[in-house]
Design a protein around this ligand. Structure first.
Ligand SMILES: [Zn+2]
Length: 338
């Protein structure tokens, strides 16, 4: 199995609405992911975000939420004794506890800090280092209790367009004995690649991307940051952690490298007037053909004329769209990385 970067160039022609004989041509590109073979549609005419949205009124009105410091240790659920006799797990300003409304076998929330609201340029590496450390601890302790829960996601849904009803920054840590669709696709295809080539897809991809120099952003410690050839979301940035398949074995250095890459990406989003995002870390214990991956995407920003970014393409055609050419995104975001 070879790593191939396949694409289709599509073009739509029409006569100008201004009359005359001018023909307007609009290109669209469909790219096929070299691992999953999933198609992505890159649509570059999407309207740019408006100015930065002022969240001060919204933040003021919702302050004192269940994740704010006066409530988080009083009103949130506590872990079973088998997982944590202290009830909650904290590192620095980050606090983890079970989700009252879980979406799987093990669902936890990690509140990032005491700040009720943060603009994307206010997230720091320390905030994510602490939150990821709490997440890792939750997973380690839960797996000590239930080793069958091997498939974990650490995800962030930030602000309403990202799917969060609570402004206060927090992560979701969700574990199950079965993988999600995305984890299954990553795992099955990584395994097939390994069986055929006897090499790790992720190492080969990184080597090729480094050589091409079009989508490889930077390495921070053992984390290789790059833009996907076939993104499945807006402004998608990925990080692959060399030598690890599961987040449970990461040391402090790797956690710091992940945190720094997340913060660099968020600072770029902020400068582009974006404010809402999602990320997922796909963590699978005991898999030798897979390498730990984080994927960060921006969402249509919260603004006065909000436009939902899930259209019939995403929800009914299973064809995910991106709004910037990956190679251009790589050039733009590179200066934000150390
Ligand atoms: Zn709050």
């Amino acid at each position: 199995m070879e790593i191939k970067f396949e694409r289709f160039h599509l073009q739509s022609d029409s006569r100008s609405p201004l009359g005359g004989s001018e023909i307007i041509s609009v290109p669209t590109e469909v790219r096929i992911d070299p691992l999953t073979k999933r198609r992505s549609r890159i649509i570059t005419w999407v309207l740019p975000p408006q100015d930065k949205f002022d969240f001060s009124k919204m933040a003021q009105e919702s302050k004192g939420c269940i994740f704010c410091p006066e409530n988080v240790l009083q009103k949130t659920p506590q872990f079973l004794n088998e997982i944590s006799s202290e009830g909650r797990i904290s590192v620095g300003g980050a606090v983890g506890f079970p989700n009252l409304y879980p979406a799987g076998t093990y669902g936890s929330v990690v509140v990032l800090s005491s700040d009720h609201f943060l603009n994307l340029n206010q997230f720091t590496s320390e905030i994510y280092e602490e939150a990821l450390s709490v997440s890792v601890e939750i997973i380690r302790r839960t797996m000590g209790f239930d080793p069958d829960a091997r498939y974990w996601q650490i995800s962030q849904n930030y602000l309403l367009p990202g799917g969060s009803s609570i402004l206060h920054p927090h992560l979701q840590v969700i574990g199950d004995p079965i993988p999600t669709n995305e984890m299954g696709w990553l795992l099955e295809n990584s395994t097939s690649y390994y069986k055929e080539n006897r090499t790790l897809y992720w190492n080969d991809l990184i080597r090729i991307e480094k050589g091409l120099g079009k989508r490889y952003i930077a390495s921070i410690g053992k984390v290789h940051w790059f833009v996907s050839f076939a993104p499945i979301g807006f402004n998608e940035v990925c990080g692959s952690v060399e030598g690890y398949a599961s987040i449970t074995t990461l040391g402090q250095e790797e956690i710091t490298s992940l945190a720094r890459g997340i913060v660099s990406t968020l600072k770029y989003y902020y400068d582009k007037n974006l404010n809402s995002f999602n990320f997922s870390i796909y963590s699978m214990v005991g898999e030798t053909s897979y390498q730990l991956l984080i994927r960060i995407i921006s969402r249509t920003p919260f603004q006065s004329n909000y436009l939902n970014d899930c259209t019939s393409f995403e929800v009914l055609q299973s064809e995910l769209t991106a709004n910037i050419i990956p190679e251009e995104l790589c050039c733009e975001i590179q200066p934000y990385f150390p």
